[in-house]
Design a protein around this ligand. Structure first.
Ligand code: COA
Ligand code: SAM
Length: 478
């Protein structure tokens, strides 16, 4: 039976009226045909890479692409048995279905979907969820997408990239001005960067498998280029081909900032009961949404103005005795020859990023069970990279910073990560390292539990306060 969550129907009705009016008032500008062709082409490239070969039943979460340009539905129908499209505005649904007879379109609010649990094999959400007024709506929509996907099904979601300076600027300028100069056809809303999107998607129960930032040329530049090609389809095609060549390698450091959109591919984890049936020895993980009003408020703040990590340390001469895992493990450092395996193992870490880490002198320590990687973690010296805060903190000599630990979800709860850390500490001590440190998110109960198990103790907090674009770092002892 469907467990559709409650959503204020007044809100849906107001938003439907608002979007219907926005659509009725929207008149494409002279550069829009190039912009829409570019948007479609970039999205199709992403879908081509990330969609399964055969998709079964697909949900698309808005139909604006299908009324503003060619859209993505025809491409999706090439891979899917059925494509079901929704949009909150009836008029958008009407135009999109008239143009795409095989599309099954219906009016619905993505925050409260009229579909039973586990209906879809794939959900495609291209920039639908970045137009809400509150983060709560964004979380609500992601929970709905999780609910209607079958366990093991894929979500592909993109949002306006809050880390892109032009997008950030656009989001603080008055909508009336932007609309008047035809820079945006509709109002923008709450959005986030890549790490934030990954966190939000994981928080509702997905396992992230890939991340990317797409559409590297700013809208304003595309629109300006498009104005010179009005009424000349051959010229539009040539400009489009040129635009598509400007996608820098995903490994370049600025790539995540220069993309107009952040994109995440995630898998709905197999259901709790199925996981328990397969692995009766594991303990179920605490929900990341637990923790009471204070914890929830801190999470909301974490995505807006306040982020902090718990700084933990262990003096190796005081480390507890070695820990035994519940399954046999083989430990080793992984190197360049293992890059493909590392990237295939760790969702969200590309081969190029792993290679870059090795290039910077970081090391990767892994545990194998039955010959397959079960857990990995990275070791840095000199500087402690903290992607969540966007900074690197200096660490003294004789100290190693342990980061990006990851255990295969299929074998979590078996003490593999603490046993791996314990084996690593023994090796590091033999190498002359005196202290290991780590920075852990206060809500990450499994990571905190595993750290305490091998002897890490909280010694302080490190964080970031950002108000009106001004950033201030802090580090406090506890
Ligand atoms: C943190 C992590 C590496 C721990 O790995 P692990 O090998 O499962 O470690 P442990 O067996 O000691 O389990 C640690 C805690 O995970 C939780 N846990 C138990 N079973 C679990 C399961 N099936 N799934 C998820 N978490 C589980 C428990 O809280 C457990 O502590 P407890 O036994 O005291 O209650 C792993 O959960 C992970 O890869 N998480 C995703 C990546 C991440 O958050 N990294 C940390 C960044 S700082
Ligand atoms: C949010 S944007 C879509 C952007 C488009 N996919 C793109 O990449 O340019 C506007 C579209 O989303 C629809 N929409 C807005 N809120 C919605 C909601 N809560 N549920 C479903 N569709 C919604 C609007 O009607 C409109 O067609």
């Amino acid at each position: 039976m469907s467990s559709t969550p409650e959503i204020d129907t007044g809100t849906t009705a107001d938003d439907a009226a608002f979007w219907t009016t926005s659509f009725a008032e929207w008149l494409p500008g002279p550069g829009d045909s190039l912009l829409r062709a570019y948007s479609d082409a970039v999205n199709k490239r992403l879908l081509d890479r990330w969609l399964p070969e055969r998709c079964g039943q697909v949900l698309k979460t808005d139909l604006f692409d299908e009324v503003a340009g060619d859209g993505l539905v025809r491409f999706l129908l090439g891979r899917a048995d059925r494509v079901i499209g929704i949009d909150i505005a009836e008029s958008v649904v009407g135009v999109a279905s008239a143009r795409n007879p095989r599309l099954e379109a219906t009016r619905a609010d993505v925050r409260s979907l009229p579909f039973a649990d586990a209906t879809f094999d794939v959900v495609v959400s291209t920039s639908t969820l970045d137009h809400f007024e509150t983060e709560r709506d964004l979380g609500q929509a992601l929970s709905e997408l999780h609910r209607v996907l079958r366990p093991g099904g894929s979500l592909i979601v993109t949002l306006d990239n809050a880390s892109n300076p032009l997008v950030a600027l656009r989001n603080v300028l008055p909508y009336s001005l932007l609309h008047r100069i035809k820079l945006v056809p509709y109002p923008t809303g709450v959005t986030t960067g890549l790490a934030g999107l990954q966190g939000l998607v994981e928080a509702v129960g997905f396992e992230v498998s890939d991340v990317d930032a797409i559409m590297q040329v700013p809208r304003i530049a595309v629109r300006s280029a498009g104005t010179v090609a009005v009424g000349d389809p051959a010229r539009v095609d040539r400009l489009l081909a040129a635009l598509l060549r400007v996608e820098p390698p995903r490994s370049l450091p600025f790539h995540r900032r220069s993309g107009q959109f952040v994109a995440v591919r995630a898998i709905r984890r197999p259901s709790e009961s199925a996981a328990r049936k397969d692995r009766p020895q594991t303990i179920s993980a605490p929900s990341r949404l637990s923790g009471g009003p204070r914890a929830i408020a801190m999470r909301v703040l974490g995505r807006t103005i306040y982020r902090r990590l718990i700084w933990m340390e262990l003096d190796l001469d005081q480390r507890p005795a070695g820990l035994d895992p519940s399954v046999p493990l083989e430990f080793s450092f992984l190197g360049v020859a293992d890059l493909d395996e590392i990237a295939a193992f760790r969702p969200g870490l590309s081969r190029a990023s792993a290679e870059e880490r090795l290039h910077q002198g970081h090391r990767c320590f892994g545990a194998r069970h039955d010959g397959r990687l079960a857990s990995t973690r990275w070791i840095a010296t000199g500087w402690a990279p903290m992607e969540y805060l966007g900074v690197a903190q200096k660490v003294p000599s004789g100290t190693s910073f342990l980061y990006d630990l990851y255990t295969d979800p299929a074998v979590r709860g078996l003490r593999i990560a603490p046993a791996t850390a314990s084996a690593l500490c023994r090796v590091l001590e033999e190498e002359g390292v005196r202290t290991v440190t780590a920075a852990v998110h206060p809500d990450n109960a499994p990571a905190l539990a595993h750290g305490k198990r091998y002897g890490l103790k909280p010694v302080g907090k490190v964080g970031l306060i950002r108000i009106m674009g001004v950033r201030r770092w802090f580090r406090r002892s506890c």
